[in-house]
Design a protein around this ligand. Structure first.
Ligand code: SAM
Length: 217
């Protein structure tokens, strides 16, 4: 199964069934450099209310919590398997009430408007067939002047993987910035960094991690 690119693509879009844990482990390792970049880049202050869309295995939540004090973090992922896995990986944070995880989709966010200071997602935008539906929901639940951070790999980076032929909406960094701008966000900053190279089924792969900061206008 790990060698069938179409199956991998479906699982990355929405991990499900027996394979969900395996793919979550792969995503967790492969996307760790992007989380390191994003967590370092995001401006987070004490008492911020933060939403992550598409949290996967959720192994990064303790690092996010360590960025400031009294953070209130909410995660939403439309894979019930990811909600269960990330919940079991973060039992103490959930019991403390500082982290809440939900199953649901970013085009229908179950939150009031003006709720969050910061919203972010890593490696999720490829699966938004109509980004406007998701960005308008994100804008609705962000506080005025709240920040939305997109963690991604560029189109060129992603084309190194055979599975991206199957249902991935890939973007050059400039293309994604222009989509943000035409959906009510102002791009204010960005960072790019090469990940360490690794071996992917005999091919040497090197990705570039990117994080774009955009303010709700
Ligand atoms: C490729 S994985 C990335 C997981 C994690 N953010 C990472 O970087 O390792 C994409 C994740 O986003 C979730 N996802 C995709 N589209 C979503 C949507 N519209 N709403 C909520 N979650 C979504 C999937 O279920 C999956 O867990």
């Amino acid at each position: 199964m790990m060698e069938d690119p179409e199956f991998i693509a479906q699982q990355l879009r929405k991990p499900s069934g027996d394979f969900a844990r395996t793919i979550a482990e792969k995503m967790g390792t492969g996307n760790r450099p992007l989380y390191d970049l994003t967590l370092d880049f995001m401006e987070i202050v004490n008492y911020d209310s933060i939403l992550e869309v598409g949290f996967g295995n959720g192994e990064h939540f303790s690092d996010l919590m360590a960025k400031a004090e009294h953070l209130q973090v909410i995660g939403i992922d439309y894979s019930a398997e990811m909600t269960a896995l990330a919940s079991s990986n973060n039992g103490t944070l959930i019991e403390s009430g500082l982290l809440k995880l939900f199953t649901g989709s970013s085009d229908k966010l179950p939150f009031h408007e003006n709720t969050f200071d910061v919203i972010f997602c890593n490696m999720v935008i490829y699966f938004w067939d109509d980004p406007t539906e998701h960005l308008s929901e994100i804008k609705r639940v962000l506080k005025p002047e709240g920040m939305f951070y997109t963690g991604m790999r560029s189109r060129k980076s992603m084309l190194q993987f055979p599975f991206t032929k199957y249902g991935f909406n890939l973007y050059k960094v400039e293309e994604w910035k222009s989509i943000l701008e035409s959906n009510g966000f102002q791009v204010v900053d960005e960072i790019q960094k090469k990940d360490p190279a690794f071996d992917d089924f005999g091919n040497k792969v090197q990705l570039e991690s990117v994080c774009i900061a955009a303010e709700a206008r």
